[in-house]
Design a protein around this ligand. Sequence first.
Ligand SMILES: [Zn+2]
Length: 457
Amino acid sequence: MSKTEVTLDKLSSLAKRRGFIYQGSEVYGGLSGTWDYGPLGLKLKKNIENLWWRTFVDERHDMYGVDAAILMNQKVWQASGHMETFTDPLVECGNCKARFREDHLNSEVCPVCGKADSMGESRQFNMMFETTIGPVNPRTTFVEKSKSSSGEVEQKISFKELPTSLVYLRPETAQGIFTNYKNVVDSFYPDLPFGIAQIGKAFRNEISPRDFVFRSREFNQMEIEYFIREDNWEAEFATWQSDIKDFLIKQLGLDSDKLHEEDVVGDELAHYSKKTIDFNFDFPHGSDELLGLAYRTNFDLKNIQDNSGKSMEYRVKGSDDSFIPHVIEPSFGLERALMAVLTSAYREDEVEGKTRTYLALPEHLAPIRYAVSPLLKNKPELVDKAREVYKLLHDKHPGRVMWDDSGNIGKRYRRQDEIGTPECVVIDFETIEDDGKVTVRNRDTTRQKRTLPEKLD
Ligand SMILES: [Zn+2]
């Protein structure tokens, strides 16, 4: 099959037109860096999420799930280093005041006003969203009045009460796992190695959100902390690397030519990590990080132990052997996975002299498994039979069967192709007058076959 060139424009306009992804708050002009998922985008996202959970948690015997609060004690982010170092370099154009992430600028010219050499000094911008907890608002409550030397009354915002009322929307789900490690050990006392998984929202105040849903301010992570013995880290890392690759190619159906594993080295490697592999994918905007796999040593648990004063040691059953476990961390972004799935599935071909767009989604990920149509919607006998078939299939695939009787049959096929429905089922006169068989039309080949509805999976 010839390769289709996928652009962000093609992807985002199909996503919007067909009810996958809309701009956040669009009716009010939008909110930068936010996206709303429509009926089909939500289904696709849930299918990916559920597949991930089944593969990496439910089908294994060494995994535990948690669902931690988004708001966490700010000591979490002090201990993890996020308050100090979770920053991006920010520069401002002296001419038009537009702000950019310094490492995203690829020329000396301001992308907004076009002026050359207009960027000021870069400074570090913390990407965590702040809010306050309890009935306080630092912008109104903590204004201090004082008299200056010249006798004028000055107003100044005081930060003295902020240490207890200030909280952050979590910038990653991983810390919600680490802070529950001790709880899980105390409740279940699993043998090493074991893992804790979490799926949930994370928030980052990106300076320049862009590239469709790739870089958003609000997104979902699917993360695991896998607790191991230090001496075994290389073997455990290699197993995770190959399990992840299998998942991406065999389960998500990603185009393997577009997937690249890269060893993170030098400055890019976090100081606590002894090895990190980035799984990069050729997205429409270029090759970029789909997910990361990191060996984080015992950095996080040790930090928690040092800052909380509570022991994070694991005692091996039936022995006095105690130590802080080391950790392998696979960290997936759900929306990035979804974008890679859409990019891999997007196809254009020619059918009856016209360009056709379709999504060759794996059957288990497609939001809609079957579309069911009566050939003509003004023939009650066809409609009745079609309703019967719809119910039969809907019982097998709740929520994944679509009733589609608008427009002519050709238009219905095109619409279903665009949303990636693997098969369309059509009830015609032959069905009711002859053998009871229905026409089943395949998305990828556009070929049709006749079969009894009971025989459909
Ligand atoms: Zn400018």
